[in-house]
Design a protein around this ligand. Structure first.
Ligand code: F6P
Length: 505
C-alpha cells in the first residue's frame, strides 16, 4: 500500500538530518547539487549544495510528489486546465511566454502584438514627445514592473517609468514631481480595474494632467487589464486598452500587458527577451526529471525546512543593488500564493504553509540583520543571489568585495566557528543556496522570476493547496470600504477609538 502524504511527512520529520559538513563528505555532493543551466540570458548557477538536501529526504519527497499527483498537476498547469479550482480558472502565465495550451499561446501572442503596436507608436512620437510614464497599479500590478524597471534600466530607459502603488498620496506626489504633465503618459494597471488604491490614484493623476494643461487627459491613459469593458466605461479609449486573459493571476501577470512599462522602457525587443528567459525555465521545469530539476530541487529544500525542521521564515539576499526589489516581489509571489490554511479541496491544511519570505540587499544586510542569521536561535534558510558582471563602471574592486562577501556569508553560515567564549562561537550548519547569474539582462531576469514562480507552485502541489487564489486579502478590504462609506461602527473598542481619534469613522 502506498503511504499517504501525511505518513510521508511524518517520515520526513523523523529523519535525523546530518550536518552540512557531514553531507559534504559525499564526494559528488557539489556536482550533484550545483547545476549550471545555459539559458538565453547566459548561464545561471543554482547551487543548493549547502542545504540539507540528501538522498533519503529526497526519496521521501519524491514519494510525496507521487502521492500528491505532482506530475499531473504540472501537466494541468501547462495545459491550461482549471487548476485554480476555488475560482474555476486556469493559471496560464506560462502561455504568455509561449509555453502552454496552443489556443492560449495564440491569444497571448495576439495581445502582445497589440501591446507592441502601442509601445512602438509611443516611441515613434504618435502621442507627441513622451518622456515619462507613471505606472499606477498595486500588488501584482506593480511589483513585477517595479522590479524589472529597477533591475534593467539603471543605465537609462527609452521612457522613464515611475511605478506608483500606495494610496498614500506621498507616492503619487513624488512621481508627479519627477514628471512634466506635457510629456507624461499614465498606465493604469489593474487586473480587475476596481482596486481602490489604483482607481483613486488614477483620478488624481487625471487631475494632475488637467491642471498641467493637458487638454485631453484621458487621451494620455493606457489601461492594462483583464476587465477591458470596465476600463472603457471608466473613460479609456478602446484603442489604448491592452487586455490580458482572466486566466493570468495578478502576481503572475508581468508577462502580460501588465509588463507594458517594461516594454516601453526597454524597447519591445527587451520584453521579448524577458519572455524568452522565462520560457527556458518553463521548459526546464516541465521536461527535466525530478532528480535534476533545479526548480523541484529548490522546492524540496524549502519543504525540508518548513515541514521537517519547522523553519518559519526564509530569507533572500540579493548581492546586487539592481535586484533590491526582488525580496518584495517574492514576498507577494510566495506569501500570497501559499499562505493558506486549507487545501485545494477545502479541508484543513495540517502542515505548515508558506514560510515568511523576507530579505534585503548585501552587503547592507550583513551590517544589520546577519547577526541573527549567524548566532540567533532561529534556523533560517537563506538564498543568496549574485551577478558575475557588475552593473556599474566603477573600480572592479567594488564587485570583487561584493561577491567575496556574498560567498563568505554562505561559507560562514555553514562552517561556523567554535570558541570557548559562547558569545564568540558560531554554531554553523546553517543552510544557504546561491544563485550566481552571469549577466543581469532581460532574459536572465525573466528566468529568475519564472524559477521562483514554479518553485512556489511545486511547494503548493506538494502540500495540496491552491496557490492561485487569495481570499485572505478580502476581509480587510471589505471593512475599509465599510468605514469609507461611513458605516464604521460596531467594531471592537480599540478600533472604535482609533477611528474616533483620527476622525474618520
Ligand atoms: O488584494 C490583493 C490583490 O488582489 C492582488 O492579488 C493583486 O495583485 C492586487 O490586489 C491588485 O489587483 P488588481 O490588479 O486587480 O488591481
Amino acid at each position: 500500500m502506498t503511504d499517504t502524504p501525511a505518513a510521508l511527512w511524518t517520515r520526513l520529520e523523523a529523519i535525523a538530518f546530518p550536518t552540512l559538513a557531514q553531507l559534504f563528505a559525499a564526494p559528488d555532493r557539489l556536482a550533484h547539487y550545483a547545476t549550471t543551466l545555459d539559458l538565453p540570458g547566459g548561464p545561471i548557477r543554482f547551487d543548493w549544495s549547502k542545504t540539507h538536501l540528501h538522498p533519503e529526504a529526497e526519496a521521501i519527497l519524491a514519494l510525496v510528489a507521487e502521492a500528491q499527483g505532482f506530475a499531473e498537476k504540472r501537466r494541468q498547469l501547462f495545459d491550461g486546465d482549471l487548476i485554480n479550482n476555488t475560482e474555476g480558472r486556469a493559471a496560464e502565465h506560462t502561455a504568455q511566454r509561449g509555453v502552454g495550451a496552443p489556443a492560449s499561446v495564440v491569444e497571448a501572442e495576439a495581445l502582445h502584438e497589440r501591446m507592441q503596436g502601442l509601445v512602438e507608436a509611443i516611441h515613434e512620437g504618435v502621442f507627441g514627445e513622451i518622456r515619462s510614464l507613471i505606472h499606477i497599479g498595486i500588488g501584482g500590478s506593480a511589483l513585477g514592473p517595479a522590479l524589472a524597471i529597477d533591475a534593467l534600466t539603471r543605465d537609462g530607459a527609452r521612457v522613464a517609468v515611475h511605478v506608483v502603488s500606495n494610496i498614500d498620496g506621498c507616492a503619487l506626489e513624488a512621481a508627479m514631481k519627477a514628471c512634466d504633465p506635457a510629456t507624461t503618459m499614465i498606465a493604469l494597471a489593474s487586473k480587475t480595474f476596481t482596486t481602490t488604491e489604483t482607481m483613486t490614484n488614477a483620478a488624481s493623476a487625471l487631475d494632475w494632467l488637467r491642471a498641467g494643461g493637458v487638454e485631453d487627459p484621458y487621451g494620455r491613459v493606457i489601461a492594462l487589464t483583464a476587465a477591458p469593458d470596465k476600463a472603457v466605461e471608466w473613460g479609456v479609449d478602446d484603442t489604448r486598452v491592452l487586455p490580458f486573459a482572466e486566466s493570468v493571476g495578478g502576481r503572475y501577470s508581468l508577462w502580460s500587458s501588465i509588463g507594458f512599462p517594461i516594454a516601453l522602457a526597454l524597447g519591445y525587443d527587451g520584453f521579448t527577451e524577458f519572455l524568452a528567459g522565462a520560457a527556458a525555465i518553463d521548459l526546464h521545469f516541465l521536461e527535466t526529471p525530478i532528480a535534476s530539476n533545479v526548480v523541484v530541487r529548490a522546492a524540496f529544500a524549502d519543504l525540508i525546512y518548513t515541514q521537517a525542521l519547522r523553519c518559519q521564515t526564509r530569507a533572500v539576499f540579493a548581492y546586487d543593488e539592481r535586484l533590491a526589489l526582488l525580496p518584495d516581489y517574492l514576498q507577494q509571489l510566495e506569501m500570497e500564493s501559499n499562505g493558506k490554511s486549507v487545501m485545494a479541496d477545502g479541508t484543513p491544511l495540517t502542515r505548515p504553509s508558506a514560510p515568511v519570505t523576507w530579505g534585503g540587499v548585501g552587503t547592507d544586510a550583513q551590517h544589520a540583520v546577519f547577526q541573527l542569521l549567524h548566532q540567533g536561535t532561529h534556523l533560517i534558510p537563506v538564498d543568496f543571489l549574485a551577478v558575475k558582471i557588475p552593473g556599474h563602471d566603477l573600480d572592479p574592486l567594488h564587485h570583487k568585495i561584493l561577491l567575496s562577501n556574498c560567498f563568505a556569508q554562505g561559507a560562514a553560515l555553514m562552517a561556523g566557528k567554535a570558541s570557548d567564549d559562547g558569545a564568540r562561537a558560531y554554531p554553523g550548519n546553517r543552510p544557504s543556496a546561491t544563485m550566481l547569474v552571469d549577466d543581469l539582462n532581460p532574459a536572465s531576469l525573466g528566468a529568475l522570476i519564472a524559477f521562483h514562480e514554479h518553485r512556489t507552485f511545486v511547494s503548493a502541489a506538494m502540500l495540496g493547496i491552491n496557490p492561485f487564489d487569495q481570499f485572505g486579502v478580502e476581509l480587510g478590504k471589505a471593512i475599509a470600504k465599510q468605514i469609507d462609506a461611513g458605516g464604521g461602527e460596531g467594531f471592537d473598542p480599540s478600533t472604535e477609538a482609533l477611528l474616533a481619534s483620527a476622525a474618520i469613522g
